[in-house]
Design a protein around this ligand. Structure first.
Ligand code: FAD
Length: 276
């Protein structure tokens, strides 16, 4: 196994460009689960980002929060300003793994790992986050809602590092994050949802019900139209074209669809949405 240890971002981009197939490591909480049994045999090259201080900080500028590539869930849980301005980030972070994962795992790693169950991705997408990608050739940005192309497939080239995440700070009428797993902590979502609303502008983002974390545009339009909702099944009907749940080791497609519509129905009712 080869380990590259850059100390600044431009060196990291240079190394990624010149070592084809090198794999970036941030907190390692996803990568180490699949760590080779005998690392010496693997011949794989890893690019450890942990020695690059400029990637760690998060901060505020021009009406947005900027997360660095090494910003962890714990950094966000501890920040009372984030709790006040973007509470879903804190709510999701508190439910990711447990404290050991929260102190090592990064938001950027959650995005690039591209799991359909990624809780961090759901809340970032509900807040219209934008990812910043950098390579030796330059920097580009992509709205997170356009970033994924399919299961574990995304608009990130192999020589690009995700160097930051921009999250606009807006005022919302409603913000909701719900997750159902086998337990309250240390559980990957069987189904989850993040919701934001400003007037008629809804973001409904679901996880574990499609090959990627996904926005639900049909349900967003349905809710914006103010059409009548009598029970969770009415939301399930509207959701059907947005999601493609499957049976797997964690749950069944039927459970996921049913529970998602119930999470939404009762979550929105609790938040005082008047269904006619
Ligand atoms: C016990 C346990 C519980 C967990 N619970 C949850 C949970 O409840 N919810 C949840 O969503 N996730 C959970 N996870 C998954 C994981 O912790 C998160 O996805 C975490 O955010 C990954 O971040 P990391 O920094 O550890 O990523 P890493 O493992 O370092 O990397 C993950 C992927 O992203 C790539 N990568 C990382 N940083 C960059 C970058 N800056 N640029 C380009 N590529 C990059 C890596 O090459 C790799 O492909 C859990 C994991 C474990 C082991």
């Amino acid at each position: 196994m080869n380990l590259l240890l850059p100390e600044n971002l431009s060196d990291a981009c240079e190394l990624l460009a010149t070592h084809e197939g090198a794999i970036p490591i941030a907190g390692g909480t996803d990568l180490f689960v699949h760590w080779p049994q005998r690392p010496d045999d693997s011949g794989q090259t890893y690019l450890d980002l942990s020695g690059i201080p400029e990637l760690r900080a998060h901060g505020w500028s021009e009406g947005e929060l900027r997360l660095g590539a090494l910003t962890t869930y714990w950094d966000i849980i501890q920040d009372s300003q984030v709790q006040a301005a973007l509470p879903l980030l804190v709510r999701a972070a508190r439910q990711i793994g447990a404290i050991q994962i929260q102190t090592r795992g990064t938001w950027a790693g959650n995005v690039v790992n591209a799991s359909p169950a990624a809780d961090g991705v759901a809340v970032l997408m509900a807040y219209d986050a934008v990812v910043i990608l950098r390579s030796r050739e330059g920097t580009e940005e992509c709205p997170l809602s356009d970033f994924y192309l399919g299961y574990k497939s995304m608009r990130r080239k192999s020589d690009q590092l995700l160097t930051g995440i921009r999250i606009p700070v807006r005022s919302y009428d409603l913000q909701l994050f719900e997750k159902v797993g086998s337990r309250t902590a240390q559980a990957i979502s069987k189904v989850g949802v993040a919701v934001t609303r400003r007037g008629d502008d809804w973001r409904i983002v679901a996880n574990s019900v499609a090959p990627t974390v996904c926005r639900c545009p049909a349900l967003e339009s349905f809710l914006a139209s103010g059409r009548s909702v009598g029970e969770p099944a009415d939301l399930a009907e509207a959701l059907r074209s947005d999601i493609a749940p499957i049976d797997d080791l964690r749950s069944t497609a039927r459970y996921r669809e049913t529970v998602l519509s119930r999470l939404l129905y009762f979550g929105l009712k609790d938040a005082c949405i008047q269904f006619s």
